[in-house]
Design a protein around this ligand. Structure first.
Ligand SMILES: Cc1cc2nc3c(=O)[nH]c(=O)nc-3n(C[C@H](O)[C@H](O)[C@H](O)COP(=O)(O)O)c2cc1C
Length: 324
């Protein structure tokens, strides 16, 4: 056991969280993380609507007795997404926690609170973390510049972001972006976080649905093989370098194209298909700089046990946790 306020809040053995990943974060992955002593988040908008999400939560429940959560990514451009249906499914299913992300979650906080569901808001800046704390969330997860997906536009890496947030917030923090092993876990605790939230590392596990060809491709990648697209539009996304991404970046640089114009290249339908089919050039596939540290495809149980063993071997008495 590694005890922090995060493990107490979520009722987990280790302060290790599998963050929401569109397309990838489904019942098998979330349940495998829960069975290994962490908590896994099913991605709501991977499911077509509230009913599909309800069925996915039930499927996860059939695979684990451990706590599972749901990631609710609130997209600014709400393109007909069934948010009310998702929220109803989350509340009725009584999951342990919800990870909100993307936009201000205030509209849904009362419903989650009333259902006793813990709320973790994921954000990329200290000011947004403070805002979320003010709204009454239970914890925040803060993504540094290194992270896969949307790192925001401030470009502050975790080494600065996490301790700055820890100094200013009273609620517990999950360090997110760039974590993959016991060294990262200990570093996160040393910086004032009380757990880690990982995306790319869990994408590269046995239980992840990512196509084997892409898993192998990502294992061979280095920390220099990701890049930000969408920067000119204030919607940066960290993705794997490939031909499609180079084409999108060239268009961005040229100017005269809108973000909407780029969507046929970098939009989610294309990268989700690429992830399913193992098409290395098929889309702008989200991945973090941490791919440079990831060299194997363990099960979630092997990964978490190894991280904990490494952390225990590394930890000093001065960190904010109790190890038994
Ligand atoms: C394939 C993929 C899809 C993701 N989709 C989402 C998403 O829909 N919502 C969200 O809040 N975060 C999403 N993320 C970000 C992760 O939850 C997490 O914040 C990020 O991966 C942390 O950085 P790391 O990859 O270095 O661990 C995604 C990440 C990946 C790799």
């Amino acid at each position: 056991m590694i005890k922090t306020r995060i493990t107490e809040l979520l009722g987990i053995k280790y302060p290790i969280v599998q963050g929401g990943m569109r397309w990838a974060a489904r019942a098998e992955l979330a349940a495998a993380v829960a069975n290994a002593g962490g908590i896994g988040f099913i991605s709501a908008h991977t499911q077509a609507d509230g009913n599909a999400l309800r069925a996915e939560i039930a499927r996860a429940r059939s695979l684990t007795q451990g706590p599972i959560g749901v990631n609710l990514t609130l997209l600014a451009a709400n393109t007909g997404i069934d948010y009310d249906g998702y929220v109803a499914a989350i509340v009725e299913s009584g999951v342990a926690a919800v990870e909100t992300a993307g936009s201000n979650p205030s509209k849904y906080i009362p419903a989650f609170r009333a259902a006793g569901i813990k709320i973790i808001h994921k954000c990329t800046t200290v000011r947004h973390a403070l805002k979320a704390e003010g709204l009454g969330v239970d914890a925040v997860s803060i993504d540094g510049f290194e992270c896969a997906g949307h790192p925001g536009e401030d470009d502050v890496p975790g080494l600065i972001l996490i301790p700055t947030a820890a100094e200013k917030l009273s609620i517990p923090i999950l360090a997110c972006g760039g974590f993959a092993d016991g060294r990262g876990l200990v570093a996160a605790l040393a910086l004032g976080a009380e757990g880690v939230n990982m995306g790319t590392r869990f994408l590269l596990t046995q239980e992840s649905p990512l196509h084997p060809a892409l898993k192998q491709h990502m294992l061979a990648a280095t920390e220099r093989d990701t890049v930000l697209v969408g920067r000119s539009y204030g919607d940066s996304s960290r993705v794997l370098r490939n031909g499609i991404v180079a084409e999108a970046l060239a268009k961005e640089k040229e100017g005269g194209v809108t973000y909407k114009d780029l969507l046929p290249l970098i939009g989610a339908p294309r990268w989700m298909k690429a992830m399913a089919e193992g098409d290395l050039e098929g889309g702008a596939i989200p991945a973090g700089m941490v791919i440079g540290l990831i060299k194997d495809l363990p099960t979630c149980a092997e990964l978490i046990a190894r991280m904990v063993a490494e952390a225990k071997a590394l930890v000093s008495q001065r960190l904010r946790c109790v190890m038994e």
